[in-house]
Design a protein. Structure first.
Length: 502
């Protein structure tokens, strides 16, 4: 009987296990009232939030930015690898479009501050906050390719103002590109032109200073600009060496002839050793003719130099006077040689061997005289060259400076021509390929507010039910363990856990 009486108590336990296994749908259906209440409250709150939210409109535009090709690039070297480099300039233009300078210029020139959506704040700051500029990305473009199309958008509180602001920003951007490149090109042209003026003035001053230097200084140069004295020194060195060799040869021959005479060698041998340059029958007359020829040969280059100096500097120039003194000294020298020759006895009083010996002696006197004269001329030229070393160094400095300035001026003039030609080309051009329209509403979206409000209410309905019934659910295991039905009659299921435990 006791066991039978306990069976009714097992039914509630089995029923509790079955309730624990009910699916989710049954749970939600059991609390459908709370779910509907939360859903209605969420929808109402979402509608209120939507009605109180300020609407936002957005206008779109696409701008094509093209870098103009300058004429200098078109006529440049096509084989230059640097001309093939790709210039990714869109990144900097994105910053320019959103720069405060450009936006403030658009506000000032287009009177954007009077727009209704820009009231109550700084217009440029509001525009900068709502303006977006991004590079167009094409899925069909190859990897690494860059686009020169800019997607421009503006978000604001008025649809008409959005279109006006986008157009104003694009126009200010075009003005900025034109003004910036034109200002740069004009500034470059003026700088190059000013540099050309300075170099032209410097070149004229240097030419005038060099002309005055050549006029004041007694400086002789060749057509190539080389020192005239150095050129003549080389010639005089060769002449002095030749005269010295001639005199040495005559001294050797004279010593050989004297030795042959002293040893009573045959006359044909003596005459062969002498190798006279004069006629055996009239050695004195031939010697006089040879002396006159030597005089003319020595005077000719001096007279030629005198003519050149007179033509270049004039008759009273110090160099002309110096050459004339050399001419007079040469005449006096050869006049003394003529006196020596005149002292030689006639051919009728001499034997052939003695006549040959006398002829050699006369020839030696002439050769030694020529050598001494060539040596004196060389020494004089060397002294004059040393005296003019500083002048030649200054002359060289003048010529190199003028040449260097001329090269610089030619390069500047060429660059000036290139800049002048390319002033109408180069820079950037911008064109709106997708003009902006009236702004489209992008926020708030009604369905988003309704959906979020309903979802919020739908979730908080069951949550509230769980919080309300939590004490009852927590006391159910204790009640079953007590095993008495009197608790239910007393209504202890509605009491808190602490009271039920009493």
């Amino acid at each position: 009987m006791d066991d039978f009486s306990q069976q009714p108590d097992l039914a509630p336990n089995a029923s509790g296990s079955a309730r624990g296994g009910r699916d989710v749908f049954q749970v939600f259906w059991q609390h459908r009232g709370l779910l509907l209440l939360g859903l209605v409250v969420g929808l109402v709150l979402g509608g209120l939030g939507f009605s109180r939210r300020q609407p936002v409109y957005r206008s779109y535009a696409q701008v094509l930015v093209v870098k103009k090709q300058s004429i200098g690039t078109l006529i440049g070297d096509r084989t230059d690898p640097n001309t093939r480099l790709v210039d990714d300039y869109i990144g900097s233009h994105l910053l320019v479009l959103r720069s405060p300078l450009l936006i403030e210029e658009a506000v000032r020139k287009r009177d954007l501050g009077s727009l209704r959506s820009l009231q109550g704040g700084h217009p440029a700051t509001i525009i900068q906050a709502g303006l977006r500029a991004e590079r167009e990305v094409s899925k069909d473009a190859p990897v690494g390719a860059s686009s020169n199309i800019i997607n421009l958008s503006y978000s604001g509180g008025d649809p008409g103002d959005c279109e006006i602001i986008i157009n104003a920003v694009i126009e200010s951007y075009k003005d900025f590109l034109d003004r910036t490149y034109r200002t740069t090109a004009e500034g470059t042209f003026e700088l190059v032109q000013e540099e050309a003026r300075k170099l032209t003035k410097q070149l004229k001053e240097k030419d005038d200073a060099y002309a005055k230097f050549r006029q004041d200084k007694s400086l002789l140069t060749t057509a190539d600009g080389l020192p005239f004295n150095e050129t003549k020194i080389q010639e005089y060195v060769r002449r002095e060496a030749a005269k010295r060799d001639d005199a040495k040869e005559l001294r050797d021959r004279l010593a050989t002839v004297r030795k042959a005479i002293d040893e009573n060698k045959p006359l044909p041998l003596i005459l062969a050793l002498a190798e006279k340059k004069y006629d055996r029958d009239a050695p004195v007359a031939k010697a006089e003719a040879a002396g006159a020829a030597a005089l003319q040969a020595s005077l000719f280059p001096l007279q030629q130099q005198e003519l050149d100096l007179v033509q270049f500097y004039g008759k009273d120039h110090p160099d002309v006077q110096r050459i004339r003194q050399k001419i007079e000294a040469t005449k006096v020298f050869y006049k003394g040689l003529d006196a020596i020759v005149a002292e030689v006895k006639g051919p009728n009083e001499q034997s052939p061997a003695q006549a040959a010996l006398n002829a050699l002696e006369i020839e030696l006197v002439l050769a030694e005289g020529n050598h001494q004269y060539a040596k004196s001329v060389l020494e004089d030229e060397v002294k004059q060259a040393k005296a003019q070393e500083g002048l030649h160094a200054a002359d060289k400095q003048y010529r190199e400076d003028i040449k260097r300035t001329t090269v610089w001026l030619d390069g500047i003039l060429k660059r000036l021509q290139e800049v002048d030609t390319s002033r109408g080309s180069g820079g950037f051009s911008a064109q709106a390929i997708t003009p902006p329209g009236v702004g489209l509403k992008v926020s708030p979206v009604l369905w988003q507010f309704i959906f979020m409000g309903g979802l919020w209410g739908w979730l908080w309905g069951p949550a509230g039910r769980i919080c309300w019934t939590w004490p009852t659910r927590a006391s159910a295991p204790l009640k079953r363990s007590a095993g008495g039905s009197g608790w239910r009659s007393l209504g202890t299921s509605r009491l808190p856990i602490s009271l039920r435990l009493l």
